[in-house]
Write a protein that binds this ligand. Structure first.
Ligand SMILES: C[S@@+](CC[C@H](N)C(=O)[O-])C[C@H]1O[C@@H](n2cnc3c(N)ncnc32)[C@H](O)[C@@H]1O
Length: 350
């Protein structure tokens, strides 16, 4: 069943690559931590049918509403939750949704959020300087711009926007405060910074403010740590990021969790006793094809990384029968007898 006919202006990025990386299979259980308008979720449900289940999370209540409509054909197989993925573990606990076969993070904002509707994410449309994923959050971009000291503002724009003119921009903001709208801020930056190639001078500052308003980097790190705990044996963790700051966090996290020792290189013997819990699926990052970037230019900065959960000594499954995936394997939807055999062999030998 293809549910992609519903009206939506967000095109899911790296869709077939995502399905492959998640190893979506009939009867599987999946979490989409960034549901958006449900593009990836619809395909995951298509490919995990019959018997597939999906827990979809989005901080934006508007996204949940749109996805709900789009995925109504699957209403018995989905649970959509308006929350922040920083609460991933608590959400899964509340809905008894673990272990799972795959978890997806498609980070950042959707085209629907970017394309106006008064959310203030883009300087292309005049709107109040807001940028909150969830309108019930307290702090808006205007609050940050109008109350932060010059030094802190410059630091924020430099760190989260990787903007080399951060000091000039911060100084100019302080002089012109209060700044209430996207256009007002964009025009101010245009006066301070000259255009570099195709990039609008305000792009980096807007990215910095959005990251700060939504605590994007801290929340991503926290959620990734929680995600590992929710994956069953051979469950997949797939992350699509759109800028270098996010991608660095994802890359370092996955590489660290795929290593047995994370001591500094000059440590003579291991003192960390870290054991790998993930296996890297793609050593090289996956990026969109030229064809995808030509029909969906917003995909051009996308980077996909994928890992698989492996069983470690730290996992304390007393017997093969206790392994949560054996339970799933025995239920009707699970179709991987080879995997069940592998788990049995591993634990019988141990
Ligand atoms: C790129 S869009 C996802 C698009 C989706 N994959 C699709 O195919 O329609 C990212 C979504 O993640 C949501 N989001 C970003 N950070 C979040 C967070 N910390 N917690 C929950 N949702 C978040 C945004 O509100 C946005 O709807």
């Amino acid at each position: 069943m293809n549910t992609h006919r519903s009206a939506s202006s967000h095109t899911p990025v790296l869709l077939s690559e995502t399905l492959r990386a998640l190893a979506v299979q009939p009867g599987g259980r999946y979490i989409d931590c960034t549901l958006g308008s449900g593009g990836h979720a619809a395909s995951i449900l298509d490919h995990s049918s019959p018997g597939g289940q999906l827990l979809g999370i989005d901080a934006d209540p508007n996204a949940i509403e749109i996805a709900q409509e789009r995925l109504q054909h699957y209403k018995d197989s989905i649970r959509l939750v308006n929350d922040n993925f920083v609460n991933l573990q608590a959400i899964c606990h509340k809905y008894d949704f673990s272990p799972v076969h795959g978890i997806l993070f498609d980070l950042g904002i959707s085209s629907l959020q970017l394309n106006g509707n008064g959310r203030g994410f883009s300087f292309q449309f005049d709107a109040p300087l807001d940028m909150r994923f969830n309108p019930s959050q307290k702090v808006t971009a205007a609050d940050i711009v109008n109350t932060t000291s010059e030094a802190r503002l410059a630091h924020l724009i430099k760190t989260y926007g990787e903007e080399s003119h951060s000091h000039q921009i911060a100084r100019s903001i302080i002089k012109e405060r209060p700044i209430e709208t996207t256009r007002q801020l964009a025009r101010l930056i245009e006066r301070v910074v000259s255009r570099r190639g195709k990039l609008h001078p305000a792009t980096k500052t807007f990215q910095a403010l959005r990251i700060a308003v939504n605590h994007e980097l801290e929340y991503l790190e926290t959620a990734l740590r929680q995600a590992i705990e929710l994956l069953g044996f051979e469950g997949r963790l797939v992350v699509i990021s759109y800028h270098s700051l996010e991608d660095r966090i994802v890359k370092q996290f996955m590489q660290r969790e795929a290593r047995n020792c994370i001591c500094p290189p000059d440590t003579p013997t291991c003192v960390c006793h870290h054991t790998s819990r993930l296996r890297l699926i793609n050593k090289k990052v996956i990026t969109p094809s030229p064809m995808e970037t030509s029909f969906n230019p917003r995909s051009r900065s996308a980077k996909l990384r994928a890992t698989e959960r492996i069983v470690t000594q730290g996992d304390s499954y007393a017997t093969t029968e206790d392994h949560p995936f054996i339970t799933i394997a025995k239920s009707s939807g699970w179709r991987r007898p080879a995997l069940v055999k592998k788990i049995r062999t591993a634990f019988t030998a141990a």
